[in-house]
Design a protein around this ligand. Structure first.
Ligand code: FEO
Length: 169
């Protein structure tokens, strides 16, 4: 069964939103590189890759449901932050926005009685719990570290160890 036009439209919007997330996190990676925090930059670059994988999941799904993917302009992301804490507070706030977008998609799928799409979206509902929790955990660590340069150095080392997620696809 083909996607309804409305479902197709909102899934296309989510493709744009996921690519924007990648763009935002890549911009955050660039900020971290500019202040010599390469571990933080590495973490953000992997996050950007995950977001592209998310957009790809939607891309493939729209095609599978006989819909058409229509790519649109990506907004420019923010490029400057005051501190690593400022960045991660933004990342956490951004993930909360994305969770709302996913919940809205579930709402549309339910209204349309599109059970396949509702089922497809469950992966993202679960993923958002993880996304919010990992950003919040780093906000907490940065708050603990405060202005302590040694603490920041150690956290940079820790985030530099992040490995790519295997279950994205
Ligand atoms: Fe695609 Fe960070 O959620």
């Amino acid at each position: 069964m083909a996607l309804s036009k409305n479902m197709e439209r909102v899934l296309n919007k989510q493709i744009n939103a996921e690519i924007f997330s990648a763009y935002l996190y890549k911009s955050m990676a660039a900020y971290f590189e500019s202040v010599n925090l390469s571990g933080f930059a590495h973490w953000m670059s992997l996050q950007a890759q995950e977001e592209l994988a998310h957009s790809d999941k939607f891309f493939v799904y729209v095609g599978e449901r006989f819909g058409k993917v229509v790519l649109t302009a990506i907004d420019a992301p923010k490029t400057e932050w005051q501190s690593p804490l400022d960045v991660f507070k933004d990342a956490f706030a951004h993930e909360k926005k994305v969770t709302k977008l996913i919940y809205n998609l579930v709402d549309v799928a339910r209204q349309e009685k599109d059970f396949a799409t509702e089922n497809f979206l469950q992966w993202f509902v679960t993923e958002q719990v993880e996304e919010e929790s990992s950003a919040d955990a780093i906000v907490n660590k940065l708050e603990m570290v405060g202005n302590d340069k040694k603490g920041l150095y150690l956290l940079d080392q820790e985030l530099g160890q992040r490995v790519a997620q295997k279950n994205v696809k």
